[in-house]
Design a protein around this ligand. Structure first.
Ligand code: FCB
Length: 443
């Protein structure tokens, strides 16, 4: 039931940051005190969310935030990563919603009082609906609106923040939201994904300009997710297909930031799928970042396909989480090592890693051994990457507590804390205690 790390691992020192992560829409509730966002609209549509649920109440963190921070403190973590709901702090006319701003300021003050570093994400997918009504991320103007929002937040939060991330996983916003439509706003079409992605990356770059100027002391960067691509065989067609998929899903979001250009597959994509790149955009997008946040959950395996170029294949007889995602920690260390080879990177934080498991609660106990095993193998993978020279400064468990898992609703539990949605009672799982003990025994 324990989590361990090798004795001399840099992760065993207090210089390494351990944290827990959440996101606004997934935990807050408090729907009356904010503008509607694209996820409210998406949830209201028939057949979008497996259990027909929504984020109206979620974990009611909007009201229970103080006890939640006490719980975070009891886990002994160094840091808490959470996101700001754009429509809670900015009114439709662009003015500041003071009550919304002070919700986060109280949260930040309490974190500071308890000596927990605040890692603030400015955008974790909850775009105000009124901006979607004007085209959302397909509209270049949204990137400018995001820059203004970032400025307002930074001015209001002052010196309470340790780190700002502009965006969480622009791949998910762009591809899942505007290309295959399984996330909000549910738009489908190959001609939309890369356009949305470009405006998201532009928003990131514009916000980085503001952060660098107005908040030079915080660690400012972006959080990207990676699902490493592996070929189904060593046949050269499959290898090519998998490399194409990697460029399409992964490198597409990191290469512009560090190399100021999109992967070469851009030239192979039909013109209608191209982003609208204006002069100077790539310079804005590649604004230097102080850190790179990396989220990792699983890998994917591809084979060549006549019509689609690449096709993901289902693996048989492999260990899976409750999401149906393969448990494959080796891809985590290989990913970190390969990114470090490909790019000149700033310090890396693992901003999300964890697993949904079919938890049961008995006598106030959740014995989630399978989640502990997942954490153990993935912490080892991080340690392995560090031994190979990758500069990794921190690790955040996804998630602090069970929450609204997007299109899966409340059916998938990622927490190291169990949430009873009827009573809003929180119960620390065995994985939560194991994480706490790992953190406590550091030198
Ligand atoms: C990531 C999201 C996070 C959570 C995990 C399971 O893609 O950033 O909100 O849903 O997946």
């Amino acid at each position: 039931m324990k989590l361990t790390l090798p004795n001399h691992s840099p992760m065993q020192t207090k210089d390494f940051t351990f944290g827990v992560a959440t996101a606004s829409f997934q935990i807050e509730g408090g729907v009356e005190q904010r503008l509607p966002c694209i996820w409210d609209t998406f949830c209201a549509k028939e057949g979008t969310i497996v259990d027909n649920s929504n984020g109206d109440v979620a974990c009611d963190h909007f009201h229970l935030w103080q006890q939640d921070v006490d719980m975070i403190k009891s886990l002994g973590v160094d840091a808490y990563r959470f996101s700001v709901s754009w429509g809670r702090v900015i009114n439709q006319d662009g003015s500041i919603n003071q009550a919304g701003m002070s919700f986060y300021i109280k949260l930040l003050d309490y974190l500071k009082q308890l000596d927990i570093k605040a890692f603030v994400t400015l955008y974790h997918w909850d775009l105000p609906q009124h901006l979607e009504d004007e085209g959302g991320w397909l509209n270049r103007a949204t990137a400018v609106k995001f820059q203004q929002y970032a400025k307002a937040v930074v001015e209001a939060f002052g010196d309470r923040v340790y780190s700002y991330a502009t965006l969480n996983e622009p791949f998910c916003s762009a591809y899942l939201g505007y290309e295959i439509g399984i996330h909000a706003p549910g738009i489908k079409g190959k001609e939309f994904g890369k356009k949305a992605a470009h405006h998201l990356l532009l928003a990131h770059g514009l916000a980085m300009e503001v952060l660098a100027k107005e908040s030079p002391k915080t660690l400012n960067g972006i959080v990207l997710n990676f699902t490493p691509c592996y070929p189904a065989s060593d046949n050269s067609e499959d290898i090519k297909a998998s490399a194409f998929a990697d460029d399409y899903f992964n490198q597409w979001y990191i290469k512009p930031i560090f190399d100021a250009q999109y992967p070469n597959i851009l030239a192979e994509l039909p013109a209608e799928q191209h982003p609208d790149i204006h002069e100077g955009d790539m310079e804005i997008i590649s604004h230097p970042v102080d850190f790179l946040g990396i989220n990792y959950y699983t890998r994917a395996v591809y084979q060549a396909d006549q019509t689609e170029i690449f096709k993901q294949i289902e693996l048989e007889n492999v260990p899976l989480t409750d999401m149906g995602w393969e448990i494959y920690p080796q891809a985590f260390s290989e990913l970190l090592i390969s990114l470090n080879e490909k790019y000149t990177l700033p310090p890396i934080y693992i901003t999300e890693n964890g697993a949904a498991m079919p938890d049961t609660i008995n006598n106030n106990e959740v014995n989630d051994q399978s989640r502990i095993d997942y954490y153990q193998s993935h912490l080892n993978a991080v340690n392995q990457a560090i031994s190979n020279g990758v500069n990794i400064k921190g690790y955040f468990a996804w998630s602090l507590m069970d929450n609204f898992e997007w299109a899966e609703g409340y059916l998938k539990r990622f927490g190291i804390v169990y949430v009873d949605y009827q009573t809003q009672k929180r119960t620390i799982k065995a994985s939560g205690y194991a994480y706490r003990d790992l953190i406590a025994q550091r030198k």
